[in-house]
Design a protein around this ligand. Structure first.
Ligand SMILES: NC(=O)c1ccc[n+]([C@@H]2O[C@H](COP(=O)([O-])OP(=O)(O)OC[C@H]3O[C@@H](n4cnc5c(N)ncnc54)[C@H](O)[C@@H]3O)[C@@H](O)[C@H]2O)c1
Length: 340
């Protein structure tokens, strides 16, 4: 392993150029190549990384012995096969979300990663968000009490995708946070959606998850909404927390609100008393999620430490997306997770 991780970005479209920008700024990386079959996409990325070799073919890139690690920012349909091929070629892999499009493909990536001994990290960006990291500490440290339920909103009037629906495009962000916070897979998943704009591609999806210990989660996803919202609310027995990624300065709000249960009570109606406590807006660690995510990948490549968003996290999200898609296709019927 060289002192700087020699990296290549594959897929330099809308999102891949952000990886090009991020890795070309990091001292721990040397961006040696960029790869895309589309000459216009490659030319745009080359403006950000003029020293990187421009390669049109993925196979040619894999044969480049300088490249130690690849970032796959290609369309989701290519992720699993490209991840497996890159691992087999001895490269560390950062694969954008979703890691695969089926649980079987996710298992193939997991086994390729295990036999290669290389790093496989999934681009679950929100898990590197300083606001999320603080929220996770509050949940794990018990400050909000028992988690009762969670709900997320990821809506806007946005870029329409032709290759995937709003579920596969947006939900990996919310599911990665929800599964990480709950620490378990749901027992049942239901999703309803409609294709108002493009036939056969759901642009609005309502997703519902039930977990084993009565926890519930709901996610609303849409490209057809008047407001841009990126919110996750966690309601606990002691406190409630809201992560609002659209807010410029107050990304996390901790509400000391809930119902208190007095140790002894005299009348039935006085059993529970509502508590309107303070609202705390903590100061968060500085840092852009993408920059923190890219740094973490380089550190994992250099040290061999397991990534915070590794292959299991990627496979869990794919498992839930797959159930949600089956439910969507069945008009919203709940799907139960079958344990192997
Ligand atoms: N983490 C985030 O917040 C975030 C945001 C947007 C997109 N993404 C993810 O990034 C990925 C790419 O999304 P996008 O919006 O940039 O798509 P895009 O269509 O704009 O770009 C994809 C690029 O990949 C190239 N490509 C296609 N096949 C290729 C191949 N075999 N080898 C090399 N390049 C190939 C295309 O020519 C295109 O330039 C998706 O997985 C998406 O989910 C993540």
């Amino acid at each position: 392993m060289s002192a700087r991780v020699r990296i290549a970005v594959v897929g330099t479209g809308y999102w891949g150029v952000n990886h090009v920008r991020a890795f070309s700024r990091l001292a721990a990386a040397e961006l040696v190549a960029i790869c895309d079959p589309d000459p216009a996409a490659l030319a745009r990325a080359a403006q950000l990384a003029p020293a990187a070799t421009q390669i049109a073919s993925f196979d040619e890139l894999l044969a480049d012995r300088r490249v130690e690690a690849v970032v796959l920012a290609t369309p989701a349909v290519a992720h699993a096969a490209q991840a497996c091929a890159a691992l087999a070629a001895g490269k560390h892999v950062f694969v954008e979300k979703p890691m695969a499009l089926t649980p079987a493909d996710a298992r193939a990536v997991a086994s390729a990663a295990a036999s290669s001994g290389k790093t496989l990290m999934v681009g679950h960006l929100m898990l590197y968000h300083p606001g999320y990291i603080r929220l996770r500490e509050l949940v794990r440290g018990g400050e909000i009490g028992e988690v009762y339920y969670l709900y997320a909103l990821r809506v806007n009037l946005g870029r329409l995708r032709k290759d995937e629906n709003a579920l596969w495009s947006f939900a990996p962000h919310d599911l990665s946070m929800i599964l990480d916070l709950v620490g378990a897979l749901p027992v049942s998943v239901a999703a309803r959606g409609e294709s108002y704009l493009q036939p056969g591609i759901e642009d609005v999806v309502f997703l519902n998850l039930a977990f084993p210990d009565r926890k519930m989660a709901q996610v609303q996803l849409s490209w057809l909404d008047p407001r841009k919202e990126r919110r996750l609310t966690v309601v606990g027995s002691r406190k409630m927390v809201e992560l609002d990624d659209v807010h410029p300065t107050e990304k996390l709000r901790i509400y000391d609100k809930g119902y208190d249960r007095p140790p002894a009570f005299t009348q039935y109606a006085e059993y529970l008393t509502v508590r309107h406590g303070d609202i705390h807006i903590p100061r968060l660690e500085a840092g852009e999620p993408l920059d923190l995510e890219c740094r973490h990948f380089l550190e994992c490549c250099a040290t061999g430490q397991p990534p915070r968003t590794g292959v299991q996290a990627g496979a869990d999200v794919v498992e839930v997306l797959d159930l949600a898609q089956k439910s969507l296709t069945a008009g919203g019927a709940p799907m139960t997770l079958q344990r192997a």
